[in-house]
Design a protein around this ligand. Structure first.
Ligand code: PGA
Length: 262
């Protein structure tokens, strides 16, 4: 069976719960019109429970934006996989460039607050796989790394490290988002041929790293300033299995057009 396309809304630190509930109503309407595409909404932690109730038994899935890798304990401010499962999450973004402290534009101060490393990302991926939550693993190079022609090397290393703690046969239920840091929230979208090349590169690397057929099953998405006006040329490539959408996912009409184009 072919891979189903996947479109993920990453709301980041936006929308209160009532605002999110309103947007989810619109998302549900569009998902029903495009049943060939899997749609996931990732609100902030505080909206997970209510949105989980709204989305139960609907075609739209719930995702979290991050997780901590231990099940429980004295870890103030953290959220575990058990809590995500309890909220109805079946997906979770992990290793987003913003959580790694790699920003496309206007870095926050202090930057070190955002502290994911390849090692913490690997622990989070492993905890999610163990909890049966699909990780949406983000990888991507910065502007300087691309300028230095290190894109492939950086992405390959992020992948190898992130998948270092999971068994090859556990990798098939993964989604991987190619998200060039310089394209996140900047309005600079990656050239569609290059996005497709990177998605194909990621699939080949996953096959190599896991030494298995997982590469064929993993869904590889593009993310970075994707909008209704530029998504069609990206989705025209069969190497791209969908998208991780930030800013445009906050606008019902924009997001609807992206889901309908996927
Ligand atoms: P953007 O964000 O669409 O606002 O660039 C994408 C992401 O960070 O996943």
């Amino acid at each position: 069976m072919g891979r189903r396309r996947l479109v993920v809304a990453n709301w980041k630190m936006n929308l209160t719960t009532p605002e999110g509930c309103g947007l989810v109503e619109a998302v549900l309407g569009m998902a029903k019109r495009r049943s060939e595409v899997d749609v996931v909404v990732c609100p902030s932690f505080v909206s997970l429970q209510p949105l989980g109730r709204s989305l139960a038994h609907t075609p739209v899935s719930l995702g979290a934006q991050d997780v901590f890798w231990l099940e429980n304990g004295a870890y103030t401010g953290q959220v575990s996989t058990r809590m995500l499962v309890d909220s109805g999450c079946t997906y979770c973004i992990v290793g987003h460039s913003e959580a790694r402290g790699r920003f496309g534009s206007e870095p926050p101060n202090p930057l070190s607050y955002f502290s994911d490393t390849d090692e913490t990302v690997a622990m989070k991926v492993s905890a999610l796989v163990y909890a049966n939550i699909t990780p949406i693993l983000c990888v991507g190079e910065s502007e300087d790394e691309r300028g230095a022609e290190r894109t492939d090397e950086v992405v390959a290393e992020q992948l190898a490290k992130a998948l270092g703690r999971v068994a090859p046969e556990e990798c098939s239920n993964l989604a991987i988002a190619y998200e060039p840091v310089w394209a996140i929230g900047t309005g600079k979208v990656c050239d569609h041929d290059e996005a497709a090349r990177m998605c194909s590169f990621i699939r080949d690397k996953v096959t190599l790293i896991t030494d298995s057929a997982c590469g064929n099953q993993v869904r590889v998405l593009y993310g970075g300033s994707l909008k209704a006006s530029n998504c069609a040329e990206i989705f025209a490539h069969k190497e791209v299995d969908g998208a991780l959408v930030g800013g445009a996912s906050l606008l019902a009409q924009e997001f609807a057009k992206i889901v309908l184009s996927a």
